[in-house]
Design a protein around this ligand. Structure first.
Ligand SMILES: O=C(O)CCC(=O)C(=O)O
Length: 307
């Protein structure tokens, strides 16, 4: 599977692209069967009357399913296309690379009587989450149909990748994640970077059929959304996240801190955590910190086709 020139253009302008039928039906059916198998506490994914409200995972969490989403050929082919071979699965910072287990997230309907509300703020992945640097893109893949925008699909702000990019061009020194602890984001959240930007669209919540996916630019503001009370559809999705291979390798030099801003501590004695780098630290000259005016500099030539 390859994206057409029109799809690439849409992705570049919107920061998000629907990719119908990314995962073949046979694979989806296999994943659905494996998920049904591991549900616990009497939860039956086909039987809404057994569902607890909101986010659900079985005891011990969702396991790795077979095949691993990262090994689905259509996904690999698109990642190769958009990254020109330079993208690889994101992984925890400071640890040697190992094959990744994609995140599975299930959002069941809210408690009866709860009014559905559109998300008002989102986040960017790749910060304060222990991942390596150079976060580039992620895919959200539906394992069951989501027919309604109030059905719990991933929420995103169209064209927010451009607004966030503009912000980081003005403040490249905050691209290491310290923007999270700096005004206006510290008080106003990520929406503070989007407010007043006429290019950014109203929040959209993903819908689609089982096997459909959305590709998001790494700078697209997004968040989970509620599955409306009374819905009879579970929102079941897997996520595959990609970093720039070379920047990912630079991660041990450029650790970011924990969520509250305290310096990050390395997961083992071999790794060196540095917290945010001082402004004169040579690590800041690594590609991982490069906020290029050209948003597509590290993407495949067919995307990075600026003169
Ligand atoms: O569950 C979702 O749809 C959103 C997940 C999300 O925001 C994330 O993984 O960063």
């Amino acid at each position: 599977m390859r994206l057409s020139p029109a799809q690439l253009e849409e992705f570049k302008s919107e920061g998000a692209l629907a990719i119908p039928g990314l995962v073949p039906t046979g694979v989806i059916e296999g994943w659905q069967a494996q998920m049904r198998e591991v549900c616990s506490e009497g939860v039956d994914l086909d039987e809404p009357d057994t569902w607890p409200a909101g986010r659900y995972a079985p005891t011990g969490g969702w396991p790795e399913f077979s095949p691993n989403l990262y090994n689905v050929m259509n996904l690999q082919s698109i990642v190769e296309q958009v990254g020109g071979g330079a993208f690889a699965a994101s992984h925890p910072a400071g640890l040697p690379w190992t094959p990744q287990v994609p995140m599975t997230r299930v959002i069941l309907p809210s408690a009866p009587g709860t009014q559905w509300q559109a998300p008002v703020d989102g986040h960017l992945d790749g910060y304060a989450s222990g991942w390596g640097g150079g976060f580039m893109a992620f895919f959200a893949v539906l394992l069951w149909d989501v027919d309604s925008p109030t059905g719990g699909g991933t929420a995103y702000w169209p064209r927010s990748h451009r607004a966030n990019h503009r912000y980081f061009i003005e403040h490249p020194e905050l691209f290491d994640g310290s923007y999270l602890f700096t005004e206006p984001v510290q008080s106003g959240g990520h929406r503070a970077l989007l407010e007043g930007d006429p290019g950014v669209g109203e929040v959209v919540c993903m819908t689609g059929r089982a096997g459909d996916a959305m590709l998001f630019h790494g700078l697209t503001t997004h968040i989970g959304s509620e599955n409306a009370a009374g819905s009879r559809q579970a929102r079941v999705a897997q996520f595959a996240r990609y970093s720039h291979r070379k920047m990912r390798e630079q991660a041990p030099m450029v650790m970011f801190p924990d969520k509250d801003g305290t310096p990050w501590s390395p997961p083992d004695e071999q790794s060196l955590g540095t917290g945010f780098l001082p402004s004169d630290h040579p690590g800041r000259r690594l590609e991982r910190y490069d906020v290029s005016r050209n948003l597509w500099k590290y993407w495949a030539p067919e995307i990075n086709n600026q003169p």
